[in-house]
Design a protein around this ligand. Structure first.
Ligand code: AMP
Ligand code: ZN
Ligand code: FE
Ligand code: FE
Length: 273
């Protein structure tokens, strides 16, 4: 049976694997098809496409766009996007600017709780592409303020915590529209993490085409619940590990895979089959 992992980050956002390493890992774990979905960034896709072709791994060009709803982050995956689309690139440029400003804002808030991080430290960790909270969490941990990287989220920068800053200007339906305009299929990422099911019909009206039913943060019960919703609302079903590389050892590639038949459904929807 062919299998796929449709949610993988590279070092161009907050993963630790380069695009080449992602493809090599897919091969090693015998995953037939992978989707690279970096946060608000498409810079890995060109490189990864060339490498995937050489290695005989099927690659779906993807993205994970950040939106905001009621002060909470909502992540929208876009599959089969045209990564050269001007509307998409303009939105990404704006999001990159917001991401950088937000690091400075969170660093200011951290000072108030006696956590002193230099912006350069964070930008050195993030390197090319998108900077984000996971990079800031590494910096907090590296400076000895927490015992684990994850603890930085729990104490300071997790959703709704005292040093968390959310300034993304885009609503979920706006980013859904951006994905559609770039020829992609918009899918709601890890709905179980947000737990605001009441908004799904509003997103579907805005053009949402699928739900990420299988995810490393979903319990079997949660996956069952979202499978039901997807069926009821006639939405596509996707899934993936949300692998971030060595930063999150317990969710390495292939820890969540889906049957290839779901990829075929996605392909059909994207007009690629
Ligand atoms: P950002 O896009 O900058 O808001 O950061 C979101 C990313 O931070 C997620 O994709 C995860 O990589 C990481 N993250 C968010 N919350 C947590 C958490 N509680 N524990 C570990 N990582 C987290
Ligand atoms: Zn991430
Ligand atoms: Fe996400
Ligand atoms: Fe992700």
């Amino acid at each position: 049976m062919k299998k796929a992992d449709l949610h993988i980050h590279t070092s161009f956002s907050d993963g630790t694997f380069s695009p080449q390493e992602v493809i090599a890992q897919a091969k090693k774990h015998r995953i037939d098809c992978v989707a690279i979905c970096d946060h608000d960034c498409v810079d890995a896709l060109e490189l990864a496409t060339d490498f995937a072709e050489k290695e005989g791994v099927e690659l779906i060009p993807g993205i994970e766009l950040t939106a905001e709803k009621d002060d909470n982050e909502v992540h929208i995956l876009g599959y089969y996007i045209d990564w050269k689309n001007k509307i998409l690139l303009k939105a990404i440029e704006e999001m990159q600017k917001i991401r950088i400003e937000r690091i400075y804002d969170m660093i200011e808030k951290l000072k108030k709780v006696n956590v002193y991080i230099k912006p350069e430290e964070v930008f050195q960790i993030s390197g090319k592409g998108s900077v984000g909270r996971l990079h800031l969490a590494y910096a907090i941990y590296n400076s000895g303020y927490t015992k684990y990287v994850k603890e930085a989220f729990k104490l300071y920068i997790g959703d709704g915590k005292s040093c968390y800053v959310n300034k993304f200007n885009f609503s979920p339906n706006e980013v859904i529209d951006i994905v559609l305009k770039s020829g992609g299929i918009p899918v709601l990422a890890h709905p179980g993490v947000m737990g605001r099911d009441e908004f799904i019909s509003e997103y579907a009206e805005g053009g949402l085409r699928g739900i990420e039913v299988y995810h490393s943060d979903h319990s079997p019960k949660a996956s069952e619940h979202y499978l039901e919703i997807a069926k009821k609302m006639n939405l596509l079903v996707t899934g993936g590990s949300d692998c971030h590389g060595l930063g999150k050892q317990n969710v390495l590639m292939g820890t969540v895979t889906i049957d290839y038949s779901l990829v075929e459904e996605l392909k059909k929807a994207a007009g690629r089959l």
